[in-house]
Design a protein around this ligand. Structure first.
Ligand SMILES: NC(=O)C1=CN([C@@H]2O[C@H](COP(=O)(O)OP(=O)(O)OC[C@H]3O[C@@H](n4cnc5c(N)ncnc54)[C@H](OP(=O)(O)O)[C@@H]3O)[C@@H](O)[C@H]2O)C=CC1
Ligand SMILES: CC(=O)C(=O)O
Ligand SMILES: [Mg+2]
Length: 621
């Protein structure tokens, strides 16, 4: 301990400074009192160096000297500048601290003398990232950067979105979740497990930020198409929220990733010594419902009515029920059911420019009748119903779904889960996808099964045999679970398919033409959708807001994109796209009387843009 620290410590003990800022920062009397009460020795003794743990290093806090039975308080002096400023990711600028800031904030000597601009830092980091050949190494480097220098992390992500989205999001985030136990360094969000039952409100208060606007929560049971990853699903809320900031402009401090750990049924994880979650099988039924109820109540109590809770990657046996239960009491949104529906509907509306006709003129077949499949199907049926004025019960008949047991038909109705029942149309049983394609002859084929390689050559060839331009969406994530690759879709359809996928594929050259596959991913929707809800002070989500988001996205596909075969605009313009989505969503919320932030701004696009977080460095006095 330096003489200055000793001097300061003595003054606090003597009651001279109750709370005082110095180059060492802020020391509070409360923390000092802990030393006296819990350390076992008086602070004066400590200050005088009477207590020492040996080894020549003074045992300032009495930690080494205490016996194993004695209780210690793990206290720390909080320092607002100097070394700790560089350890604070929200304020750290690394080599970009200016000369003036280095003087004013006791940074001299802690940094090498060169001063970089943020642009130069970005260039250096991108260069370094590109040296890693293994995607997971890039992911870890990005996570390290987020923990070190938050603004630089977001600057990189925003400026290089097409290159870095596959790193912080699908497909790499899937691998990161699978290995989360091994790569875990620091908590990036809150873990709420069965152990916290009865004290969830207290747990929420442990999070350092108070003004939370968006929570993304998972229970880890259906992580992408990779199944039950238990507590390791945390990578998903963390990744989604980084997109809320980078793509939608929500302040990072307003975002809270949460994983609810009710156990896992994944045997591999249960037997893994490095597994970071509860080593028990999943709680179900009342025990599960009670924990979720406590969580949802605590969230509203702690953050108020207008915090947006996004359910992410829950298994469908809980997802639909949770959405149904909390949609009337909370501002909730299920990304897999609703966000996916909105993004796919947008792609279909845009694709009409390439394939012709109206939505009602098309016939849709899904492989996969879970959250994504039935969520999309319902929104398409709703949109057709709005356009044609036909009842939704009628418009649903244009849409067919196949699950693991075959085509969903009326003879199966009794045994179907509730979310599949509306899709049980009259038809003889069909056991597999290929036969379903041949029997239904859809114009649009959508994969939402989580099972890879299921759009076989025969399936794509069949689609191409009765469609001039078959529309094929392989939504399943990550890439390993994609129903087919872009190259397969183009090759097997002789270059006629209009193709988009959940995880990105590189452009493909087919017969001398460069075919560019789009990315049909809810990442186009949820950041702008959330921004629209927040900026209008919406209190509930409504299907019409999802339709508004779809329309807002679809109109942003331009001729130059269509010419390449794209049905989504490129991610490079995503902030502008998100601002437009936010504006349309907010506008609809005002129209429906769901918005509470009054008066309504005149120019909602400008307002959305002005609300967005900028990652540029701030100047410190
Ligand atoms: N691109 C995007 O933006 C999004 C992509 N997804 C992806 O979609 C996939 C599915 O997600 P989600 O709907 O939530 O999952 P669910 O578990 O809710 O649904 C999966 C459905 O697929 C069916 N299925 C599974 N395997 C097969 C198979 N081999 N043959 C036929 N049907 C099969 C299941 O049948 P059964 O009911 O009989 O078990 C079930 O109906 C995931 O890979 C996920 O990553 C999800 C959300 C957004
Ligand atoms: C994209 C997404 O939300 C999913 O695959 O689950
Ligand atoms: Mg998801």
């Amino acid at each position: 301990m330096s003489s200055l620290q000793r001097h300061f410590l003595r003054r606090v003990v003597q009651g001279v400074g109750r709370e005082r800022k110095s180059r060492w920062g802020l020391i509070t009397e409360r923390k000092m009192a802990n030393v006296v009460n819990d350390g076992g020795d008086s602070t004066e003794e400590i200050v005088n160096g009477a207590v020492g743990g040996g080894g020549g290093v003074e045992d300032v806090y009495g930690e080494d000297f205490a016996t194993e039975e004695q209780f210690l308080t793990p206290w720390a002096v909080s320092i607002a500048s100097g070394y700790n400023l560089m350890r604070d990711p929200r304020h750290n600028k690394g080599t970009a601290f200016t000369e003036k800031e280095r003087d004013a904030h006791y940074l001299r000597g802690l940094l090498p003398p060169a001063i970089f601009t943020q642009e130069l830092q970005e260039k250096r980091l991108m260069h370094n990232l590109r040296q890693f050949e293994v995607p997971l190494q890039r992911y870890m480097a990005m996570m390290d950067l987020q923990e070190r220098n938050e603004r630089l992390f977001y600057k990189l992500l925003i400026d290089n979105v097409e290159e870095l989205l596959p790193v912080v999001y699908t497909p790499t985030v899937g691998e990161a979740c699978q290995k989360y136990g091994s790569i875990f360094r620091r908590p990036q969000g809150l873990y709420i497990s069965l152990k916290e039952k009865g004290k969830i409100l207290e747990v929420l208060k442990n999070w350092p930020e108070r003004n939370i606007q968006v929570i993304v929560v998972t229970d880890g049971e259906r992580i992408l198409g990779l199944g039950d990853l238990g507590c390791q699903g945390m990578g998903i809320p963390v990744g989604k929220l980084s997109l809320y900031t980078a793509l939608g402009g929500i302040r990072p401090s307003a975002c809270l990733p949460i994983t609810i750990d009710v156990g896992t049924n994944n045997e591999k994880l249960l037997n893994d010594e490095f597994y970071i979650g509860l080593k028990q099988r999943r709680a179900t039924g009342q025990e599960y419902a009670e924990l979720l109820e406590e969580f949802m109540t605590a969230v509203k109590q702690n953050y108020g009515e207008k915090v947006l809770v996004q359910f992410e990657d829950f298994a469908n046996h809980n997802a639909f029920d949770l959405l149904e239960k909390y949609t009337r009491s909370h501002l909730v949104f299920n990304d897999d059911i609703q966000g996916t529906a909105s993004v796919v509907l947008a792609g279909l509306i845009a694709a009409l420019k390439l394939v012709g006709g109206t939505l009602a003129d098309h016939k849709f077949l899904f492989l996969g009748a879970g959250e994504a499949g039935t969520g999309i199907a319902e929104l398409i049926a709703l949109e057709i119903s709005k356009q044609t004025k036909a009842p939704v019960e009628e418009t649903r008949k244009k849409i067919w779904l196949v699950d693991s047991k075959g085509l969903i038909v009326s003879s199966r109705k009794e045994s179907l889960q509730h979310f599949k029942k509306p899709w049980a149309h009259d038809h003889e049983p069909v056991k597999n996808l290929l036969d379903a394609v041949k029997a239904i002859k859809p114009t649009v084929l959508i994969g939402s099964s989580g099972a890879g390689r299921t759009f076989t050559k025969e399936v794509v060839e069949a689609m191409a045999s009765f469609n001039e331009k078959p529309l094929i969406l392989a939504l399943s994530n990550p890439t390993s679970q994609s129903e087919c690759t872009a190259e397969e879709a183009y090759t097997w359809s002789q270059g006629r398919a209009i193709f988009a996928s959940g995880s990105p594929f590189d452009p493909v050259e087919y017969n001398g033409t460069l075919m560019v596959p789009g990315q049909a991913n809810n990442a186009y929707i949820f950041p702008g959708f959330g921004l629209g809800l927040i900026m209008s002070g919406a209190i509930r989500v409504h299907d019409d807001l999802l339709l508004a988001a779809s329309e807002a996205l679809a109109v942003q596909v331009e001729d130059e994109h269509f010419k390449k075969g794209l049905i989504y605009p490129p991610f490079t313009n995503i902030r502008k796209i998100s601002a437009n989505i936010a504006a349309k969503v907010a506008d609809k919320a005002y129209q429906l009387g769901l918005a509470s932030r009054l008066p309504r701004p005149k120019d909602l696009v400008k307002h959305a843009e002005s609300c967005m977080y900028s990652p540029l460095y701030r100047t410190y006095r």
